[in-house]
Design a protein around this ligand. Structure first.
Ligand SMILES: NC(=O)c1ccc[n+]([C@@H]2O[C@H](COP(=O)([O-])OP(=O)(O)OC[C@H]3O[C@@H](n4cnc5c(N)ncnc54)[C@H](OP(=O)(O)O)[C@@H]3O)[C@@H](O)[C@H]2O)c1
Length: 239
């Protein structure tokens, strides 16, 4: 059996960038998302492609714990780090949200994080687990119109982080709170008002590659960090 990093959201811009960086560093990866073909072709583009595995799971509709547990058993993998990049970003005024939309946003951003962490905290898996990294958003601490439900879901990851860092110690649990990063998902919003947004971020709008570098640092370098929200926003929230 070999050690693996479980990465959700591997078909996203940030997920791909983190996976690429970690594959270059020699890690074995479990790439997760809903689109199997996309994940397969992405996996083939990575270093050591034959070692990576693909776990296809729709967090809205499937039993996440059952699916992951049978994957772990069938594939004989040891999960050493869980990096939850998968997310559902829906922006609209609160009055337009239906109950199903709200459930979906919480299911993909938060409940999946809880279910996967819960499975990996079972005795037989926890002894191998070293890191949990969640992906949150600066909207969870800086208000913006249209972001309320997404921000509420992402804000829950902060509470989860602090409490799991205590409950699961010595597993390190951190929550990366991201500002504006140019991705497939955000490019239409960011490009529609590029100059204005960029000038309000001291280091400018971010790129996915910067996140891969930081995740690699967290996993590999000795650091005394757990239970924390780590803001990565180019200084936007300092203004
Ligand atoms: N970009 C930014 O500026 C920014 C800022 C703050 C926080 N973030 C957070 O950073 C993360 C990555 O963001 P991104 O902009 O690169 O990409 P994104 O397009 O928002 O990423 C979505 C990812 O989540 C997966 N996903 C969506 N619904 C799912 C479901 N029902 N079941 C399983 N997986 C599902 C998608 O996979 P499928 O291929 O299956 O759809 C995709 O890989 C997200 O958590 C996002 O909230 C991003």
């Amino acid at each position: 059996m070999s050690n693996y990093i479980l990465l959700t959201g591997c078909s996203s811009s940030i997920g791909k960038s983190v996976a690429k960086k970690l594959s270059e560093e020699g890690f074995n990866l479990i790439l997760s998302g809903r689109r199997e073909e996309e994940l397969k072709s992405f996996s083939q583009s990575l270093n050591n492609s034959s070692t990576h595995k693909i776990w296809v799971c729709d967090f809205k509709t499937e039993n996440i714990k059952e699916s992951l547990e049978s994957f772990i058993k069938n594939q004989e993998v040891i999960i050493e780090s869980f990096i939850h990049i998968g997310g559902l970003f829906t922006l609209k005024p609160l009055r337009l949200f239906k109950k199903e939309d709200i459930n979906d946003i919480f299911q993909v951003n938060v409940f999946s994080a809880i279910e996967i962490s819960s499975l990996l905290s079972k005795k037989k898996y926890k002894s191998n687990l070293k890191n949990i990294i969640f992906f949150s958003s600066i909207s969870s601490i800086r208000g913006k119109s249209g972001y309320s439900v997404y921000a509420a879901a992402k804000a829950s990851l902060s509470g989860l982080t602090k409490n799991l860092a205590i409950e699961l110690k010595p597993v390190k649990v951190v929550n990366l709170v991201l500002g504006a990063i140019m991705t497939e998902k955000t490019k239409s919003i960011l490009n529609s008002n590029y100059e204005d947004i960029n000038k309000h971020i001291p280091l400018g709008i971010g790129e996915p590659e910067e996140i891969g570098e930081f995740v690699s640092y967290l996993l590999q370098k000795s650091n005394w960090i757990t239970g924390q929200d780590i803001i990565i926003d180019g200084g936007g929230s300092a203004l």
